[in-house]
Design a binder for this molecule. Structure first.
Ligand SMILES: C[S@@+](CC[C@H](N)C(=O)[O-])C[C@H]1O[C@@H](n2cnc3c(N)ncnc32)[C@H](O)[C@@H]1O
Length: 251
């Protein structure tokens, strides 16, 4: 992972947990869902993956763990987090008391067929080794297991000014990757067509950012993370990158 991504995903994760401690537990889930969007996207995935309390669920590339905590709160599912950044795992344990193991998605420390459902949100574009990540997800899912993805796809080859270290697939590449890994696509949704997240959710996320900026605004890691976020926002706002939700079934 690049240094910029370490700043964005590891250093910031620890600071985020501290900011929630300052503001209160109701800020924990919005604070921890910064890569994946909010209730509309997560709710769409939970519904289309038909997640229930009896499922065994994996969140691969879980970050701080907000999406996993949202899944638990909404469905009562048992979820395990895998995430390569140690600070992010620590933050997930601290904020939501979730089981979190330090591991890249390409080398998951779980047996074959260990999960009924897995999701990986805004992760595929952070790694070159997409085949291996999807291959591991296929291995740890039970037969007919369900996979949910949030993937940022590129709509053009011109990604100048974009964030460091990201490798965005095209829609066609994503379809080929899923087919090659042994998944049949069962559902698709453009994130931009979902309703906006409610005001309280957005305000809580903004309040976390205000605390982070007040405490760490002079720190180089904060400034790098902000540059990464702004560069990514630029690609999204001019449509060079778009968010896709995809559900798939393991063949
Ligand atoms: C944009 S964040 C998304 C975090 C979380 N899924 C969410 O939606 O809030 C991308 C995450 O992918 C993780 N990541 C990067 N490379 C990875 C890999 N090879 N396997 C699994 N996760 C990875 C990063 O550490 C980071 O936490």
């Amino acid at each position: 992972m690049s240094d910029a991504m370490d700043d964005e995903f590891d250093t910031l994760a620890g600071w985020t947990a501290d900011a929630v401690d300052e503001l209160g537990p109701e800020y924990a889930i919005p604070a921890g869902c910064r890569g994946s969007g909010g209730p509309a996207a997560l709710g769409w995935l939970l519904e289309h993956l038909a997640v229930t309390a009896s499922d065994r669920m994996l969140d691969a590339g879980a970050g701080v763990g907000g999406p996993a905590a949202f899944a638990v709160q909404r469905t009562g599912v048992t979820v395990v987090l895998a995430e390569p950044e140690p600070e992010a795992c620590r933050a997930a344990r601290h904020l939501y008391d979730l089981e979190a193991v330090v591991a890249p998605g390409q080398d998951l420390p779980f047996g074959d067929d260990a999960f009924d459902v897995a999701w990986s949100l805004a992760v595929l574009c952070t790694t070159e080794d997409k085949d291996a990540l999807l291959g591991e997800l296929h291995r740890v899912l039970a037969p007919a297991g369900r996979l949910g993805l949030l993937v940022y796809v590129r709509t053009t080859d011109d990604l100048s000014g974009g964030p460091e270290g990201n490798v965005f697939p095209s829609d066609d590449e994503l379809a080929q990757l899923l087919d090659g890994a042994g998944f049949d696509v069962t559902g698709r949704q453009d994130v931009s067509d979902l309703p906006p997240d409610d005001e309280q959710w957005t305000q809580r996320g903004d309040a976390i950012d205000d605390v982070l900026e007040r405490r760490h605004g002079d720190d180089a890691a904060w400034q790098t993370a902000q540059r990464q976020t702004e560069a990514f926002g630029g690609l999204l706002s001019d449509g060079r990158v778009m968010g896709r939700l995809v559900t798939a079934a393991r063949r």
